[in-house]
Design a protein around this ligand. Structure first.
Ligand SMILES: *[C@@H]1O[C@H](CO)[C@@H](O)[C@H](O)[C@H]1NC(C)=O
Ligand SMILES: *[C@@H]1O[C@H](CO)[C@@H](O)[C@H](O)[C@H]1NC(C)=O
Ligand SMILES: *[C@@H]1O[C@H](CO)[C@@H](O)[C@H](O)[C@H]1NC(C)=O
Ligand SMILES: *[C@@H]1O[C@H](CO)[C@@H](O)[C@H](O)[C@H]1NC(C)=O
Ligand SMILES: *[C@@H]1O[C@H](CO)[C@@H](O)[C@H](O)[C@H]1NC(C)=O
Ligand SMILES: *[C@@H]1O[C@H](CO)[C@@H](O)[C@H](O)[C@H]1NC(C)=O
Length: 489
């Protein structure tokens, strides 16, 4: 692998949009807004659409609007020690390694893999693994120094450094295995990052040539334009390894209500919400994709969070359901933060109960929330992140007070289960300068301080994932490069 510094002539422009808490004041504009969603979906890709539509809403607060209940600010907590050792224990590694604390260091030492790990331009243009607006290089971001750091865990000297990423090793570890990312657009970023890391940004032709689309095996249309597929499944023939992304922002089963509700049901709901076309969001049922394919997955990485807000609830016409019945208007679960906590707990329990503990084989991770960095406003009120700077030599190991360092919804959901945290909130929080900011979609006035430039921070999430996978499967894997290398000729 070698770093690339290729500049393209593509025009840079405004960034994407972050989700936001907002107040619905424009019920009468529903039809218009629906039309807007559809056209935005067409123009900008389906994930951005519900966010764009919020332009017409009134923002509820200007601060980083991760659902309030989702996170905790810098503070200590008695449960720390217990949960950290639980993580280490379930990771199966010989040492109790906590990869969540540490610092970013310049990746200029000889031992470190050269940064960036791949060329975003190659990955985007040559093989289409990477969505073009996420390659900041492609969008003329002038300063790419954010690519030049690696994450060093606090206890690296005790053998807890991250395993240097090596594509062949990665595929060998996952020989005859299936890895799936299920979640929102940040899961898509992690999936695309991994595809680029494995194929070195599309540079490794021989690996790339051996990738086949197996989407139909998982109920997906054959992928052509990755951004629009409900899911993507790629099979690496060399090692019989499958890597999947499936888009499910809530992780819950969503069911479009085709029929009018019964009179009794309607009485228990508010008038506006009882319309056909609403979506029943079953807080206690996992997305059917998980239900249908969970047994096939060897490694599963879940995430959620940024869509659990009232704006999304309105736009998507979600009706919360539990036990197959609508949640009543006065129920605590109507409060979105409660619904979110309840649903994550339920999803994680559902998954955990289906992990065969006797084989110690399947690995399920819940990735903690990826922080946003809008400053001086939110995504639609001029919030920016292009002036945030990062100075490695300051040795930042603790963020400023009041800054989000952990994801309590995730942490509470996994307690007592064998689902592991991929605890990346803190390390990502330190890297506000690495967001897309204004180097994303062109012709967009707002900055994207939610998604990350790729190559970038999600690469590190994958390095941590790789380290866990390496710990776990080192004995199980038929570890050699011979098959892979011979199949390349
Ligand atoms: C997640 O990481 C943060 C930052 O290192 C830490 O404060 C928190 O305790 C970690 N959570 C768990 C459950 O280990
Ligand atoms: C490929 O991997 C799958 C599991 O992911 C397994 O069921 C299948 O038998 C493997 N095929 C071969 C030829 O080993
Ligand atoms: C995608 O579809 C277009 C038009 O249908 C076709 O020209 C192109 O070859 C397809 N690309 C792939 C990778 O299948
Ligand atoms: C999480 O789910 C389990 C099983 O459904 C339940 O027993 C427990 O009370 C739930 N915990 C919370 C905090 O909701
Ligand atoms: C495996 O262990 C976890 C954690 O103790 C538990 O939640 C789960 O129900 C167990 N799975 C099975 C299939 O027994
Ligand atoms: C940062 O930490 C390294 C060792 O971890 C030390 O050598 C260096 O002097 C520190 N730099 C600053 C500016 O404190």
């Amino acid at each position: 692998m070698e770093p690339y510094m290729i500049r393209s002539s593509c025009k840079g422009g405004g960034g994407g949009l972050g989700p936001i808490c907002w107040t619905w004041r424009a019920k009468s504009s529903l039809l218009f807004l629906t039309a807007m969603v559809l056209s935005m979906m067409f123009l900008m890709g389906w994930e951005a659409a519900p966010l764009s539509i919020l332009l017409f809403g009134i923002p509820a607060r200007a601060e980083d609007s991760i659902p309030a209940a989702a996170v905790a600010v810098s503070s200590s907590r008695a449960a720390d020690a217990a949960t950290t050792s639980q993580l280490a224990a379930t990771a199966g590694g010989p040492v109790s390694c906590d990869y969540s604390s540490g610092k970013w260091v310049p990746a200029d030492d000889a031992a470190a893999a050269p940064r960036p790990l791949y060329s975003g331009k190659e990955c985007s243009q040559r093989w289409s693994w990477l969505t073009p607006e996420w390659s900041c290089e492609l969008n003329n971001r002038p300063d790419l120094s954010y690519e030049q750091f690696r994450w060093q865990p606090s206890n690296y000297a005790q053998g807890c450094d991250l395993t240097p990423f090596h594509a062949h090793t990665f595929l060998e570890r996952l020989r005859n295995k299936v890895l799936a990312f299920v979640g929102d657009s940040l899961a898509r970023q992690q999936y695309q990052s991994l595809m680029c890391m494995i194929t070195a940004g599309g540079k490794d032709d021989q690996i790339n040539m051996m990738v086949e689309d197996v989407g139909p095996d998982y109920g997906f249309q054959r992928a052509n334009e990755t951004r629009r597929a409900a899911g993507v499944a790629n099979h690496f023939k060399a090692t019989n390894t499958t890597i999947i992304f499936y888009w499910s922002v809530t992780l819950c089963h969503e069911e479009t209500l085709q029929i009018e509700l019964t009179k009794t049901q309607r009485k228990t709901l508010t008038l506006s919400s009882a319309t056909a076309g609403s979506v029943a969001l079953h807080l206690d049922q996992p997305a059917h994709f998980l239900r249908d394919y969970f047994t096939k997955f060897d490694v599963l990485v879940l995430n959620s969070g940024h869509h659990w807000n009232n704006g999304k609830k309105q736009v998507n016409k979600w009706q919360f359901y539990v036990n197959g019945h609508p949640v009543t208007p006065t129920d605590d679960l109507q409060v979105i933060s409660n619904a979110y906590k309840f649903a994550m707990n339920a999803t994680v329990r559902w998954v955990s109960e289906r992990i065969d503990n006797t084989t110690n084989h399947k690995q399920v991770f819940y990735r903690t929330i990826s922080p946003r960095h809008f400053r001086n406003g939110d995504w639609n009120t001029g919030g920016t992140c292009d002036s945030i700077s990062f100075e490695a030599d300051k040795n930042v190991t603790v963020p400023q007070q009041g800054v989000i360092v952990r994801d309590l919804v995730a942490e509470n959901a996994v307690v007592g289960t064998n689902v592991q945290l991929l605890n990346i909130t803190f390390l990502s929080q330190l890297r506000g300068e690495a967001h897309i900011s204004k180097y994303g979609r062109s012709n967009h006035a707002t900055q994207d301080c939610l998604h990350w430039c790729l190559p970038g921070i999600p690469d590190t999430w994958n390095e941590i994932l790789f380290t866990h996978i390496s710990d776990k499967y080192q004995d199980l894997a038929n570890y050699n490069f011979i098959d892979l290398d011979s199949s390349r000729s």
